[in-house]
Ligand binder design. Structure first.
Ligand code: NAD
Ligand code: TDX
Length: 306
């Protein structure tokens, strides 16, 4: 099988490229624009792999996308602007890449009769939840510019299934952590700052809850959906490990060896979602389950960054 992985020089995409090359005989074509968030260092060790080719380019470049899609059987679209704080400052690249970039890929997939198209979405499209967990049929209620553009892309992809019969599957995963994540995100930021003796800026009172999924577990889940998912279906991916940001921060200080005095409560993120939580029964019916305990994943992540 020939797999086009977009955004494959970013955090999750690069882990997925490594995972595919290690565990399958697939040929992998990575397309990435190398924005501030992507680097070929994330692909070190596989840039010269005989089943891998890296192309620097934009998912909005219709000519290039057309040429690459023609050479592939399936597409996994990780490419996105991914940081909520940046979307609050400037939403434009989020609309352009996340919505119109996805549209460009979907049109090329249709043109070339692609076998499967996996759209990587996020738990943030459901919005915040006080108690219980979101199932795939719950309504979408994105509350920040990033998640609004991800919801747009997610629905656009599903509309290509309904309207054009394009075999689209959508994954909505919870917060990932692990090697190769950009240092703007909570866990790598706090690991590196804790080790350097710097302050750890916790937004609001630190009570916001996220469901933390080790990136390797997510890669195995995306692979399961690519292989065994049903076209037109959405699959939640989550670990069940819910922690407040304050709890995560204390665990980071513990494994890195910093002091609680480094914690600084700062002004809250505007529109900050209080809690995300996913029901993953449907994905588990495909035989997937998470393997990594949070503490083990955190230590592996610490070892990568330090
Ligand atoms: P990331 O920011 O680390 O990587 C995104 C990659 O996409 C980068 O390499 C960047 O260069 C590339 N890119 C951006 N715009 C592009 C464009 N126009 N054309 C081609 N490439 C472009 O993000 P990530 O954390 O690895 O997230 C990957 C995907 O997973 C995203 O779609 C994100 O919405 C989704 N997701 C992430 C998380 C998480 O916790 N990180 C959770 C759920 C869903
Ligand atoms: O300095 C910080 N201080 C802080 O308190 C940062 C960077 C974050 N936070 C809080 C905000 C969130 O409640 O930590 C939590 C996690 O923040 P981020 O790492 O920015 O992730 P989040 O906003 O939850 O979004 C992530 O998960 C869902 C990814 O960035 C998205 O791409 C994904 O869709």
């Amino acid at each position: 099988m020939r797999v086009l992985v977009t955004g494959g020089a970013g955090f999750i995409g690069s882990n997925f490229v490594h995972h595919l090359l290690e565990t399958t005989n697939h040929r992998v074509l990575t397309l990435d624009a190398l924005t501030y968030a992507g680097t070929t260092e994330n692909l070190s060790g596989v840039l010269d792999h005989d089943r891998h080719r890296f192309v620097e380019g934009d998912i909005r470049d219709e000519e290039l996308v057309d040429e690459l899609v023609e050479a592939c059987d399936v597409i996994v679209n990780f490419a996105a602007e991914s940081h909520v704080d940046r979307s609050i400052r400037d939403a434009e690249p989020f609309v352009e890449t996340n919505v119109d970039g996805t549209r460009t890929l979907l049109d090329a997939a249709l043109e070339h009769d692609i076998d499967r198209f996996v759209q990587i979405s996020t738990d943030e499209v459901y919005g915040t939840i006080e108690s219980g967990s979101f199932g795939e049929d719950d309504p979408l209620n994105p509350r920040n510019p990033y998640s609004a553009t991800k919801a747009g892309a997610d629905l656009l992809a599903l509309s290509y299934y309904t309207t054009h019969d394009l075999p689209v599957m959508v994954t909505r995963s919870s917060n990932n952590y692990g090697p190769r994540q950009h240092r703007e995100k909570l866990i790598p930021k706090f690991i590196t700052r804790a080790a350097a003796g710097e302050d750890l800026p916790l937004y609001g009172d630190g009570s916001n809850v996220r469901e933390w999924l080790y990136v390797k577990d997510n890669c195995r889940a995306v692979k399961s959906v690519l292989d065994d998912g049903q076209p037109g279906e959405v699959y939640n991916i989550g670990s069940g490990t819910e922690l407040t940001n304050l709890e995560v921060t204390k665990q980071i200080l513990d494994v890195v060896g910093g002091s609680k005095d480094q914690i600084e409560f700062v002004e809250d993120r505007p529109g900050h979602d209080q809690r995300y939580s996913l029901d993953t029964t449907k994905l588990r019916s495909l035989g997937w389950e998470p393997k990594w305990e949070f503490r083990d994943g955190l230590k592996a992540t610490r070892d990568y960054y330090l």
